[in-house]
Write a protein that binds this ligand. Structure first.
Ligand SMILES: Cc1cc2nc3c(=O)[nH]c(=O)nc-3n(C[C@H](O)[C@H](O)[C@H](O)COP(=O)(O)OP(=O)(O)OC[C@H]3O[C@@H](n4cnc5c(N)ncnc54)[C@H](O)[C@@H]3O)c2cc1C
Ligand code: SF4
Ligand code: SF4
Length: 464
């Protein structure tokens, strides 16, 4: 039996849409009541399920990241187990403060896409932007204006089947932007489909902590006074001049009866950290697929961009990217722009890159090892991963924390769907808060650990 069936049964489907593309729609991938895309295999014939399973990023019949990398990056010699292969690793940003206001981080992602388009290396970009099915969806941009308008991080479940279908066989070349599992499934599709392989010329990855269902945008907006049914648009990342880059704000805009949206100056903005759900550690509305993911730096992408969450960069409110390059043409574009001063760039080590994503590593390495072991003990199927199942990978306190986070995230989907049905935000808040408190209780270090941490920080302060 192809293991895509277990992927879907166990809700490990990330909704990418690769199976829908590979089976020409026999597998249907659509947004469910809980606000995330998932596959329906019920109408697929057995041979279609076999093809679908070969392109599913979570099935055991598809090539894993290491196998894909051996094929596509055979000529990239440098490798680190934490980051995958690379030509260079850096912290970087576009040297244009006005441009940076419209980007989530250092602006390198949209800047690079613009360079690829401008230089004639591609005809278009397949990426996520406003509109389509839901608040955001995969769109195809052909102009600099469209690229500039479709920026910032979209923490919202999407699927790329429709966008890929729309370009398939049109004789043009594209860059595809995506989180690591989407890049992986697009690579898998290209291994099966030479036409698509000829068209997807560049794979641009985004470092990924986890993906959220549509409920994330809705919960944050609801706390700003906009009910889910009235929500017209959100902005997940508004920079706060003078503040730490991680202290960004969220904004939402309403739709009035009759379908009119509030005007641009009617955005309601709140600091994300003040909103329930704004703490990424709580993992509210995280897709279950993300509990089974071990690829942080989009190892199969030509280039990957994220936030340089390191003390020396996060203090700069403008935002700074972490950048890992695995493609020589992209490397030359970056080198040239650095030499002319268009980009600020500082080389950093794989260890620094990994430490900029320390929480991600905890969740996806130690956390994954424990979750796999828990599944095994419960007799549940789980996908083959590069991380091995291990109950003893962490101490008892962290074991409890990892399990509570998983439970909190799972409960959030159900509880929000119920609150939405009853149109009662307070119901969700009342039910989720005790679970958040339980999580926070085991996340708070004991008194001796707090004192030790304080002593360490003091020592660092007095060090020359
Ligand atoms: C779900 C998610 C989780 C993330 N988690 C982390 C994390 O844990 N750590 C970290 O360092 N960075 C993470 N990032 C990346 C980070 O938020 C920024 O997106 C990244 O640093 C690029 O910023 P930028 O200023 O270069 O991009 P911008 O100049 O703002 O351009 C962003 C580009 O990415 C495209 N895009 C945005 N969201 C998506 C999406 N979901 N799918 C496809 N294309 C998209 C846009 O269309 C645009 O072309 C995450 C991003 C996403 C979408
Ligand atoms: S993860 Fe992607 S390929 Fe796998 S079942 Fe879900 S939509 Fe299909
Ligand atoms: S955490 Fe992994 S599985 Fe989840 S969206 Fe990101 S890359 Fe995909």
């Amino acid at each position: 039996m192809p293991t895509i069936e277990q992927v879907v049964e166990r809700d490990i489907c990330v909704g990418c849409g690769a199976c829908q593309f590979a089976t020409r729609g026999e597998v249907n991938v659509s947004r469910n009541e809980q606000g995330y895309y998932s596959a329906d295999l019920s109408r697929a014939r057995p041979d279609s399920l076999t093809s679908a399973s070969r392109v599913c990023p979570f099935s055991n019949e598809s090539a894993n990241e290491d196998a894909i990398v051996r094929q596509v990056f055979a000529d990239i010699p440098k490798h680190d187990p934490r980051t995958g292969r690379y030509l260079s690793i850096a912290a970087a940003r576009v040297n244009d403060d006005e441009y940076l206001q419209g980007s989530s981080s250092g602006g390198l992602t949209s800047w690079l896409l613009a360079q690829l388009l401008d230089g004639g290396h591609i005809d278009g970009v397949i990426h996520v932007g406003q509109g389509g099915d839901g608040l955001f969806s995969y769109r195809v941009s052909y102009t600099q204006q469209e690229l500039r308008a479709r920026r910032k991080s979209i923490y919202y479940s999407t699927s790329f089947n429709t966008a890929l279908q729309s370009i398939h066989g049109d004789g043009r070349r594209y860059a595809l932007v995506g989180v690591p599992c989407f890049i992986k499934s697009a690579r898998l599709l290209c291994m099966q489909d030479p036409i698509l392989a000829g068209q997807l010329a560049y794979f641009v990855g985004l470092v990924c902590g986890h993906l959220k269902s549509a409920a994330f945008a809705e919960l944050l907006a609801w706390q700003c006074g906009i009910e889910p049914g009235q929500l017209a648009a959100v902005d997940f990342r508004i920079k706060q001049p003078g503040r730490d880059a991680g202290r960004y704000s969220f904004a939402a805009r309403a739709r009035y009866p009759g379908g009119h949206s509030a005007s641009d100056d009617q955005w309601i903005t709140r600091p994300t950290s003040e909103l329930l759900g704004g703490n990424w550690g709580h993992a509210l509305f995280q897709l279950n697929a993300c509990n089974y993911c071990d690829d942080i730096f989009a190892e199969t992408a030509d280039v990957v961009l994220g936030d340089a969450w390191l003390p020396e960069y996060r203090a700069d409110w403008r935002g700074t990217n972490i950048l890992l390059c695995r493609n020589r043409l992209i490397q030359s574009l970056i080198d040239q722009a650095t030499s002319t001063g268009e980009l600020f760039l500082q080389a950093i080590s794989p260890a620094q890159a990994a430490s900029s994503q320390a929480g991600n590593f905890r969740h996806r390495h130690e956390g994954l090892a424990l979750r796999l072991a828990d599944d095994q003990s419960a007799g549940l199927w789980s996908p083959n991963k590069r991380v091995l199942a291990d109950h003893n990978v962490v101490n008892a306190r962290r074991r409890e924390l990892i399990r509570r986070r998983r439970a909190l995230s799972a409960a959030s989907h159900e509880l929000f769907a119920e609150a939405r049905r009853q149109n009662a935000l307070q119901l969700f808040i009342a039910r989720i808060t005790p679970l958040v408190q339980l999580y926070e209780k085991c996340n708070t270090p004991s008194l001796p650990r707090r004192l030790l941490g304080l002593a360490k920080r003091k020592l660092q302060l007095i060090r020359p």
